[in-house]
Design a binder for this molecule. Structure first.
Ligand code: MTE
Length: 393
């Protein structure tokens, strides 16, 4: 039986596939006390470093440049040498595997996927209108769309051979998270069928590159998972272990955190399914909240995304400048791809009484973004209509 203590000792030293020399460079350590100056991001927490771009900056490009890609870390940013990194695959597999990073990249076909990563806590600050929740107070910028390169998780799992009874795939990072005097690495897990997706857009990746360059330390250098369509917490940074198991990972960030619950109740949390997919969502990014409007028409821009179900598309995006009495359909200005956000623009009529702007999205299954998002204790998956207040000149 797999337990919280399980894997590390049990599988170390078991059969491994040969080790090759490395070609990827090393990184320089960053002091945890000195957060990086990232010009395009608003710091929400210094240690651990958590930051998001201002919303107008966020939607300048469909592919988010690394400098304006949000950073969400729960613990240290480990100082890793790519030459030393090993990835172990163990648990309910026919053969445990250990790879050096260069070997992983040589052994499996290179794969690229474009996918939007969004934190389950994105837009958390908006819960405050009902009742403030704890945690990083994200505006709507804890989201970004990037081109990720690496190898497909499914190829690695196939080589290891999945044993019967396997249902979930666990990931473990090399950071150190401190919770109530306990120190442990961040972990995630995904259902096996998601891990075995072979499609071009849906395949989960073991990624080493982001937008054509090696991952930066904040984004998981040298290796992370990318799970298209799932909340960012399942895309584990600084990866060094994959464990196939019969149940979701017992790691704190699967067992206790990233669950939608009405209160801090251990029994209820234990019974609640972890969040996997994100939610149908949209936000206004231009103009910025508090902007002054004048004239009869206003150009409004933003992003929208489906809930992460394969094949779903954003069908319609509606913008209102009169509190939802009338709506103007927005035009999509970006590529439309599975697991990626779309960017949109709309010219909406404004009057001398316009005091706010609203947006809501509808997907190809007919689901409409709800006007209000029910409150939850940990502040996840906020997806009510996005509203920004504006001023008259
Ligand atoms: N992986 C590790 N090892 N540690 C973390 O704290 N944060 C997760 C995920 N992977 C995290 C992690 C969360 S909650 C999110 S939203 C994404 O990383 C954010 O990825 P980014 O920082 O590259 O934007």
């Amino acid at each position: 039986m797999l337990s919280r203590q399980l894997s590390r000792r049990r599988f170390i030293g078991q059969g491994s596939i040969g080790i090759l020399a490395l070609t990827i460079g090393t990184r320089t350590a960053r002091s945890q006390q000195a957060p990086p100056a990232v010009a395009d991001l608003i710091t929400r927490q210094i240690t651990p470093f958590n930051a998001e771009p201002p919303l107008p900056k966020l939607i300048e490009n469909w592919i988010t440049p690394v400098n304006s890609f949000f950073v969400r870390s729960h613990g240290t940013v480990p100082s890793l040498d790519a030459k030393e990194l090993t990835l172990t695959v163990d648990g309910l597999v026919e053969r445990s595997l250990t790879f050096r990073l260069a070997e992983l990249l040589e052994r499996f076909p290179a794969a690229t996927t474009t996918a939007t990563i969004t934190c389950a806590g994105n837009r958390r600050a908006e819960f405050a209108a009902i009742k403030k929740v704890g945690g990083v107070q994200w505006d709507a910028g804890a989201i970004g769309n990037a081109e990720w390169q690496g190898v497909r998780l499914v190829d690695v799992l196939k080589l290891a051979g999945i044993k019967s009874g396997a249902r979930h795939v666990w990931f473990e990072g090399q950071d150190e998270v401190t919770e109530k005097d306990n120190k442990f690495p961040f972990g995630g897990s995904i259902p096996l069928e998601k891990a075995l997706d072979e499609s071009l857009t849906g395949a989960s990746l073991l990624a080493t590159r982001m937008n054509g360059k090696p991952l930066t330390p904040d984004h998981g250098f040298p290796l992370r998972t990318i799970v298209p369509g799932f909340i960012g917490a399942r895309s584990v940074k600084w990866l060094n272990r994959i464990t196939v198991a019969d149940r979701p990972s017992p790691n704190h960030f699967v067992a206790d955190v990233y669950k939608v619950v009405p209160e801090e109740n251990a029994e209820l949390i234990a019974k609640t399914t972890p969040i996997y997919e994100f939610m149908l969502n949209s936000a206004i990014c231009v103009p910025a909240a508090g902007a002054t409007v004048a004239g009869h028409s206003l150009n409004v821009k933003g992003f929208a995304l489906t809930n992460g179900t394969k094949g779903r598309k954003v069908q319609q995006i509606d913008v209102s400048a009169d509190g939802g009495m009338t709506w103007k359909a927005a035009k999509v200005t970006s590529p439309v791809r599975d697991f990626c956000w779309v960017l949109w623009t709309a010219d909406v009529p404004v009057t001398a009484t316009t005091s706010s702007l609203l947006v809501r999205a509808t997907d190809s299954s007919g689901e409409v973004q709800p006007e209000k998002c029910p409150w939850n204790y940990k502040g996840y998956q906020f997806n009510g209509w996005h509203k920004i207040n504006v001023k008259q000149s």
